[in-house]
Design a protein around this ligand. Structure first.
Ligand code: HEC
Ligand code: HEC
Ligand code: HEC
Ligand code: HEC
Length: 185
């Protein structure tokens, strides 16, 4: 009886594992870091995305956690670690703090906070010029594009944020917009 049960369990579990480990979409995309994206996305012609981002609040989101007022908020929420070491704060304030070191490039810094790849997807497989030039190929290799941009923003801009007041998408989007100039397209 016991043996039959064991066999049954194995029969049920094995296909599940086989499926998990043979999923062809399960490519290992790694983070390369904002400065690596910025190698190409910094010229006037491209639209200076690196500068625009560096001057945005997103680039400072990790630094914000490394402050006394952030630690105070974390403590009030019942966390025993400083804010910059608390996963429940980092999940909206930084990327890559929880990924395997083998998936993190030399230029990647968790201190860069909410960076290019937080929103666009980790870029080790789409960062090459010949891939980037084709949107289709980029998406196949990990670039994320959004049907409704607001859905991306409200993943973090919501009442789960301890300091949340409100989020006005149109206004907020204007202040972080970093399009490629139309003249180039
Ligand atoms: C080797 C140069 C290069 C690097 C490095 C690079 N890109 Fe690009 N990227 C391009 C070029 C060229 C385009 C196409 C621009 C155009 O449409 O004129 C592009 C397009 C894009 C687009 C627009 C895609 C679309 O079709 O809507 C996004 C978003 C983007 N890159 C993000 C990133 C991010 C994030 C990184 C870092 C992980 C990165 N890029 C690294 C050259 C690069
Ligand atoms: C991964 C989480 C995350 C996502 C996704 C995100 N944000 Fe943010 N955003 C933050 C954090 C964290 C801050 C606060 C940074 C600070 O002040 O240190 C912030 C700050 C801002 C600010 C500065 C003003 C303010 O409210 O403090 C604007 C504007 C903004 N975000 C717009 C957007 C828009 C527009 C989108 C969607 C396109 C977006 N964000 C997506 C996490 C995120
Ligand atoms: C759900 C996503 C999310 C989580 C979780 C989160 N934050 Fe934030 N945080 C944000 C966003 C978005 C902003 C900017 C707008 C706002 O205040 O909602 C922000 C802003 C801040 C600010 C700046 C406030 C200001 O007025 O300038 C501090 C400080 C802060 N967060 C600390 C923390 C701490 C500490 C934790 C963990 C206990 C935490 N956050 C968890 C998303 C988040
Ligand atoms: C808070 C999220 C966020 C961050 C951080 C961010 N982007 Fe974007 N980016 C967007 C959104 C949203 C769009 C609009 C296109 C879309 O909805 O997919 C966009 C558009 C772009 C485009 C295409 C513009 C066009 O005209 O087609 C490029 C290129 C780009 N981003 C590069 C970067 C680079 C490089 C960085 C870092 C230096 C960066 N982005 C950081 C959210 C972000």
């Amino acid at each position: 009886m016991k043996n039959k049960l064991t066999l049954l369990v194995i029969m049920v579990i094995t296909p599940v594992f086989l499926f998990m480990y043979s999923n062809p979409d399960d490519k290992k995309h790694g983070y390369i870091g904002a400065d690596a994206c910025g190698m190409c996305h910094k010229t006037d012609k491209q639209g200076k995305q690196l500068d625009i981002w560096k001057n945005s609040a997103h680039a400072k989101a990790y630094a914000t956690l490394a402050t006394e007022s952030a630690d105070k908020i974390a403590k009030e929420k019942g966390f025993e670690t400083p804010a910059a070491k608390t996963a429940d704060c980092l999940k909206c304030h930084a990327s890559g703090h929880d990924v395997d070191a083998s998936l993190v490039g030399k230029k990647f810094k968790v201190e860069d906070g909410v960076q290019c790849e937080t929103c666009h997807g980790s870029g080790s497989e789409y960062k090459d010029m010949k891939v980037m030039k084709s949107r289709e190929e980029s998406v196949k290799n990990g670039l994320i594009v959004y049907e409704k941009t607001e859905d991306l923003c409200v993943k973090c801009h919501n009442s789960e944020s301890p300091t949340f007041k409100e989020f006005n998408f149109d206004e907020a989007y204007c202040s972080i917009e970093h399009s490629i100039p139309k003249s180039k397209k």
